[in-house]
Design a binder for this molecule. Structure first.
Ligand code: MN
Ligand code: MN
Length: 283
């Protein structure tokens, strides 16, 4: 049978699915090392090597209601792509399903969260992404946290792993409206204390966005803008495990297979499993 590539365990139809995976092969605003447009299929290929049974959550993924609707056709203009994602995800959200986006660059996340204006947001990222505009565009990947603030408002966004902030962003009066946990703070306090603080402050449902450069480049080298001294993959997994039941949308962005040794796409695939597995776990 001829077919486009899908996540191996995504065997449900759209109608029956609770989890709807889709790719967005777009990296036009990436400033340093492009290639995240190639990530969706690279994550799918890596996923082929994962076990379908999960020993940690005691779930069998092919039995779960997961579908993969393939990649969104993308235009050149980032604002148009963001609007397309917003429209497509509106259908998925209206149908009561959980969207899982394989990016693509971080700017794309804006299109998803516009559908969840009442939610809080957890972001994994090395960068504050708080520029109002970058290289002539408000839809540059360096602006996503600012765009998210416009949708969600103060006190709802928690960004974990921060270690790259421009002076201009740092001095912006709105910067403190985001709770940035630096990678150093995570290292000092331990991830459990970070989880507790987020748990106390977070309101309602949660949208979860993973910029792969939040993880240390030694673990996740295949990213567009690598930044040393990152947090670990298991710290990210602890956050996913803890908050999964409240998460209503999920994305993995900024992964660039061009610079990967295979580990980054594998980790991205594993995060997809960890998200679904910890939402569906029985215990
Ligand atoms: Mn980012
Ligand atoms: Mn980043």
């Amino acid at each position: 049978m001829f077919s486009h590539r899908k996540i191996a365990d995504a065997q449900a139809s759209y109608e029956d699915a609770k989890y709807v995976i889709f790719g967005v092969p777009f990296d036009h605003t990436s400033s340093f090392r492009r290639g995240s447009r190639l990530a969706p299929d690279s994550i799918r290929v890596a996923y082929d090597n994962l076990e379908s049974f999960d020993f940690q959550y005691k779930v069998n993924y092919p039995d779960l209601p997961i579908c993969d609707i393939g990649d969104l056709y993308v235009e050149e203009d980032p604002e148009e792509v963001v609007n397309d994602i917003e429209r497509s995800v509106r259908h998925i959200a209206d149908d009561g399903k959980v969207p899982i986006m394989l990016g693509g660059e971080h700017s794309l996340t804006t299109g998803l969260i516009r559908n969840f204006p009442e939610c809080s947001m957890i972001i994994i990222d090395a960068h504050s992404d708080f520029r109002n505009e970058y290289m002539g565009s408000k839809y540059n990947h360096a602006c996503i946290t600012r765009r998210a603030l416009e949708v969600l408002g103060e006190g709802r966004i928690f960004s974990v792993g921060t270690r790259s902030v421009s002076r201009e962003e740092y001095e912006d009066p709105d910067f403190s409206k985001i709770r940035y946990f630096s990678a150093n703070e995570v290292r000092k306090k331990g991830i459990q204390e970070v989880i507790e603080e987020i748990g106390k402050k977070v309101k309602g449902k949660i949208y979860f966005s993973i910029d792969m450069d939040g993880i240390d480049p030694s673990e996740a080298p295949g990213v567009g803008t690598p930044e040393p001294y990152g947090i670990s993959s298991t710290e990210v997994r602890s956050l996913i495990n803890h908050f999964a039941k409240r998460i209503i949308g999920f994305d993995i962005v900024e992964m660039t297979p061009v610079y990967d040794n295979g580990n980054t796409s594998m980790l991205a695939a594993k995060f997809v499993q960890d998200f679904i597995g910890s939402k569906e776990r029985q215990a």
